[in-house]
Design a protein around this ligand. Structure first.
Ligand SMILES: *Cc1c(COP(=O)(O)O)cnc(C)c1O
Ligand SMILES: [Zn+2]
Length: 414
């Protein structure tokens, strides 16, 4: 393992490899720091390619000691060349990174939780827990079950049934909290201070965040160790997007990339909860929290995003931008992706597609460049959002004349 310890993003103060997340000197967030020169000597394209197709093929750049036992099969999801959607949006080259089919709980959160629970084990925690907008709940409950870990999962009480039952099935301790995610998170911070539990996105957050780098490592490998011109990433707390930047920098430093990295990083949110994209659009230096998020993209509904400032800074620095989508646009985005590429994403993916369309139409994304859309969750988990919004199926008795009548109607309709 090449972890040197944790390091404050703001003042650079160093801390040991331990369950800490905030600098006691300046209150800045802590980040995992590695011996990059050691990694550079060890890692190579051939070595990566010789390994199993999962997120651990980049293990030198992940903060785990010893043998991988938790979340062994997570990652290495398809990078789909989306020619139909490209044509629809009027761009030359477009790819979908499809974490809607990530193993085991069909969202990118399986990546972050694998790392966080492995670290919880290293640190000797007996219980793992999380504050979640839905997908994290599924991933913590499932991966804790497979690692024989007791888990506590805290969610806002208004989540979709797929996210709720898709958590309870793993026999976790699920607690619904009246109020928004930000209230859930505040309570969990208090609980983490009282009980000695490993909260994957609180006291284990620096390690959790490292897991999301694997999504970008995979994109780079799947493009032949080349960087795309543009990436569009959905944002909740803003952790995933900041690690897109870190992952590209690490591959570059380790000499794994062809050519100079040039990726412009774009962030996507729902208009009903857009604290980060509003910061970018208004060219502000600080985040104004959204007090009462109101969107069907519940998995992204974090009003006070922990990494919001860094996310907005990264978009500006790389020449990217932030944009948001209304609920109607989100549903159109989900339908567009399904209808062109046969990929059923949840509301967060609808946000990404809708925002990509806007960025292309407004010229922020160049039509002649290569673009990757990060599709991070599965549509079967947010059925409420589309229920009643799609073409109704015909219901008929089982006889041929009835079907012919329906067929004639369908043909007339077109
Ligand atoms: C959690 C989540 C994200 C991004 O979350 P960050 O907090 O910004 O890292 C994106 N898409 C889906 C579906 C998610 O569940
Ligand atoms: Zn500090």
């Amino acid at each position: 393992m090449f972890v040197k310890g944790l390091k404050c993003r703001e003042c650079g103060k160093e801390y040991p490899d331990s369950p800490l997340y905030v600098c006691d000197y300046c209150f800045g967030p802590l980040e995992v720091d590695y011996d990059y020169d050691g990694i550079k000597k060890q890692i190579s394209i051939d070595k990566i390619k010789s390994r199993e197709p999962n997120m651990w093929r980049y293990r030198e750049l992940l903060p785990i000691k010893g043998e991988i036992k938790i979340g062994k099969n997570v990652g290495y999801t398809p990078l789909v060349k989306a020619d139909n959607l490209a044509k629809e949006l009027g761009v030359k080259e477009l790819y979908i990174k499809n974490d809607a089919v990530n193993f085991p709980t069909l969202s990118f959160k399986d990546r972050v939780v694998s790392v966080a629970i492995a670290k919880a084990k290293e640190f000797g925690f007996k219980v793992v827990a999380c504050a979640s907008t839905g997908n994290l709940a599924n991933a913590v409950a499932a991966l804790a079950a497979s690692a024989s870990y007791e888990s506590f999962v805290f969610i806002p009480s208004n989540l979709e049934i797929g996210k709720v039952l898709g958590t309870s099935i793993y026999d976790t301790n699920l607690v619904k909290i009246n109020g928004s995610y930000d209230k859930v998170n505040r309570l969990c911070t208090e609980i983490a201070g009282k009980h000695n539990w490993g909260f994957v996105n609180i006291n284990l957050r620096p390690y959790y965040a490292e897991g999301s780098k694997s999504l970008t490592f995979e994109i780079l490998e799947q493009l032949g160790f080349k960087t795309p011109d543009n990436v569009v990433v959905p944002m909740a707390g803003g952790s995933l997007i900041t690690k897109v930047g870190k992952a590209i920098d690490e591959f570059e430093y380790c000499g794994l990339l062809q050519g100079k990295p040039k990726t412009k990083i774009f962030g996507a949110q729902a208009t009903g909860c857009n604290p980060i994209t509003a910061t970018v659009k208004e060219k502000r230096e600080f985040i104004k929290p959204v007090k009462t998020p109101n969107t069907i993209a519940k998995s992204l509904a974090i009003g006070n995003p922990a990494d919001g400032y860094y996310a907005s800074d990264l978009m500006s620095k790389t020449g990217g931008y932030g944009e948001d989508a209304t609920d109607d646009e989100i549903i159109e985005g989900m339908k567009l992706l399904a209808g062109t590429e046969g990929i059923f994403t949840e509301t967060a993916g609808g946000v990404t597609v809708a925002v990509a369309k806007k960025l292309i139409d407004k010229g922020y994304i160049n039509k002649n460049e290569t673009t990757v859309l990060a599709i991070t969750g599965n549509g079967l988990k947010t059925l409420e959002a589309i229920n009643g919004k799609l073409k109704e199926p015909a219901t008929i008795d089982a006889n041929l004349e009835e079907f012919e009548r329906v067929l004639a109607k369908i043909r007339e309709g077109n």
